[in-house]
Unconditional design. Structure first.
Ligand code: UD2
Length: 312
């Protein structure tokens, strides 16, 4: 993205290295001796792996609120998926970066079905019209194209951080400033516990741009929640778009669409924060003991009924 001036991206001018906190804030003293011992809270490239119990919400919110970032949430509700908007936004208002400036960029072909939801101070909805689709795969992958265009047209002047999220999910608990970093990715709930890397559902066909060979891989990340600095996210969303276009030229579609391209990118361009599956669980699955808090959960849905071309 061409930078016209420094105005559109406040991130550059933040004193990132200076984690400034208010004096007089009352919070529990951090310990060097106690913490989560049931899970690993660092990656092998030494960035945080965020779980409940690894941060103090009071401290982290105080620090990040000083920066007063503008956060864009890009979601798609195409076809019957508009039915998920109300709960997503209502619960987002209750739990997602509460007290921060947030704009939901709702991409839809049914603008008249976007519900009226009461929003907190400094929070907004922007509706972006996109075409209808006949294949769900085209919506899922098309998100990369349309998000690229919306960032170039509007978001680049309006946000410092950007999250991409699936709409068929509900917030249940705090999703706060501990999630913010240059590039934050969420561990997929299905593969975070001792799954050998060769069993990850990476794209395994060398013809695809998303190809990852056997013997490689750190984690398997979900494409349902990912976020970071606007500029880094722009680069990554555009990368997924361009790689899927390359694949289309070669008459191949990556096995998990943009999620496959995302996983390849993040293997060689490591995220600066990894978020535990607390940041995207699923109502399909029981909650295990190491997930102390479910922050967002994907809803159970009737794929055949809700998608334009039927089920999986
Ligand atoms: C999984 C991933 C999703 C994506 C997809 C790729 C999870 C929780 N989600 O989702 O991020 O990688 O696989 O195959 O692992 N949508 C519409 N209209 C449609 C179809 C999709 O608006 O007709 C949008 C909507 O925002 C939805 C998202 O695309 O939340 C993902 O589609 P999905 O929920 O049908 O795909 P799913 O559950 O297989």
């Amino acid at each position: 993205m061409e930078k016209k001036n420094n105005e559109h991206c406040k991130v550059d001018s933040w004193k990132i290295g200076e984690l400034i906190m208010d004096s007089g804030l009352k919070y529990a003293q951090p310990s060097t001796q106690t913490g989560r011992t049931d899970v690993n809270s660092l990656t092998n490239w030494n960035v945080p792996l965020v779980w409940e119990g690894t941060f103090d919400p009071l401290v982290i919110d105080d620090i990040y609120k000083k920066m007063d970032p503008r956060v864009a949430v890009v979601v798609f509700a195409v076809g019957k998926y508009t039915r998920f908007l109300k709960k997503f936004i209502e619960t987002g208002e209750k739990y997602f970066l509460v007290g921060f400036r947030v704009t939901y960029y709702i991409h839809t072909d049914r603008a008249n079905e976007v519900p009226k939801v009461e929003l907190g101070k400094g929070r907004n909805i922007t509706i972006v019209t996109v075409p209808s689709a006949t294949r769900w795969q085209d919506v899922v992958l098309g998100r990369m194209k349309w998000a690229t265009l919306t960032i170039e047209k509007t978001i680049n002047k309006e946000a410092d951080y950007l999250f991409m999220m699936d709409i068929d999910s509900v917030f249940h608990n705090r999703f706060g400033a501990e999630s913010l970093s240059r590039l934050s990715a969420v561990l997929h709930r299905g593969y975070y516990k001792n799954t050998p890397r060769d069993s990850f559902p990476y794209e395994r066909r060398p013809l695809s741009k998303a190809y990852i060979s056997a013997g490689e891989g750190d984690y398997y990340y979900t494409a349902a929640v990912w976020g970071g600095y606007l500029e880094d996210m722009y680069k990554l969303v555009k990368y997924c778009y361009e790689m899927s276009e390359e694949d289309a030229k070669n008459k191949i579609e990556a096995v998990w669409q943009e999620e496959s391209h995302l996983n390849r990118y993040l293997l060689y361009n490591k995220p600066t924060k990894v978020l535990s599956p607390e940041y995207l669980w699923s109502d399909y699955d029981k909650v295990p003991g190491d997930i102390k808090v479910v922050r967002i959960s994907q809803l159970v849905k009737n794929y055949a009924e809700v998608r334009p071309n039927g089920g999986q």
